[in-house]
Design a protein around this ligand. Structure first.
Ligand SMILES: NC(=O)c1ccc[n+]([C@@H]2O[C@H](COP(=O)([O-])OP(=O)(O)OC[C@H]3O[C@@H](n4cnc5c(N)ncnc54)[C@H](O)[C@@H]3O)[C@@H](O)[C@H]2O)c1
Length: 259
């Protein structure tokens, strides 16, 4: 799908990976709606609509998607990029793991994406077919390498991200009769506000298992992949890792107090 003239919804587009995709889409001639909890710092830009929206709140999501459709005339691209970290063991000697925290991480990372996608996909179904393949839209989930290799203590985050990865093929199958694709991106370690507070010693350790290039990913590299996925109509029902070939070990020395 050529992004020029298309209408995109980017959750979490106010920061980090999502914000980089927002800029790439604007450069490519798309109109972009950012759905994010924090939008106060977003500078006005031609083609950019910033909507304050907590994706865990059903009423917020419905109202925000309604505003996007009213203002932009429809939705062709939906990138689910809003997300939070969340760690905690399933149980310790001191007691069972924190259920409220587990629920909250799943609520934001997984159910927020599901909620936005169900509205976005419904609107996409009513688009005029575009291009030689008659495309009506694309959904992209932001998963993680933790979808596959969750490290010790990463239960809430890994569970939410594994589910997002699993939904990619299901949604591709749900939506194919409407010429709507579903894809996923599984980033490794990227330098963004989300990872900014991770201690240097842990960052160094996380990078040890990266094959090449042994450095944090850049948000622009994530955006390049998102744009490639949007443009290439044959990509469907798959999650692409962007991680320098890393396969994280079961646990870090840092978490074990040895780092
Ligand atoms: N940075 C990494 O290394 C990395 C690696 C793998 C996956 N990811 C995933 O990529 C996505 C983007 O991460 P990032 O590094 O750019 O993080 P970030 O913190 O820079 O951006 C996340 C954005 O999501 C928004 N957000 C959080 N909760 C929200 C809610 N309930 N409603 C609406 N907006 C909400 C935040 O306000 C923020 O603007 C996340 O889903 C994250 O899990 C990041």
């Amino acid at each position: 799908m050529d992004p020029n003239g298309k209408r995109a919804v980017i959750t979490g587009g106010a920061s980090g990976l999502g914000a980089a995709v927002v800029q790439s889409l604007l450069m490519a001639g798309a109109q972009v709606a950012v759905l994010d909890r924090h939008i106060a710092h977003i500078a006005p830009q031609q083609g950019l609509l910033a909507i304050e929206c907590d994706i865990t709140n059903d009423a917020h999501v419905e109202a925000a998607i309604g505003q996007v459709v009213a203002d932009l005339g429809g939705i062709d691209i939906c990138l689910n990029c809003a997300g939070i970290g969340g760690i905690g063991p399933i149980a310790t000697l001191a007691g069972p793991g924190d259920m409220d925290q587990f629920r909250h991480v799943v609520d934001v990372n997984l159910l927020g994406a599901v909620n936005v996608t169900r509205f976005a996909a419904h609107h996409m179904m009513h688009n005029e077919p575009q291009g030689t393949d008659g495309a009506r839209g694309i959904i992209i989930n932001t998963a993680s390498i933790a979808s596959y290799e969750g490290q010790e203590g990463m239960g809430p985050y890994a569970a939410s991200k594994a589910a997002l990865a699993a939904l990619v093929l299901v949604w591709a199958r749900d939506l194919s009769r409407h010429n709507i694709r579903a894809m996923g991106i599984a980033p490794g370690f990227f330098e963004t506000p989300l990872t900014h507070d991770i201690p240097d010693t842990l960052v160094d350790e996380l990078l040890e298992t990266v094959e090449y290039p042994r450095r944090p990913g850049r948000a622009e590299e994530f955006a390049e992949l998102a744009m490639f996925i949007i443009r290439n109509e044959m990509l469907n029902g798959e999650v692409i890792r962007i991680d320098g070939g890393t396969r994280p070990p079961a646990r870090t020395r840092w978490a074990a107090g040895e780092g």
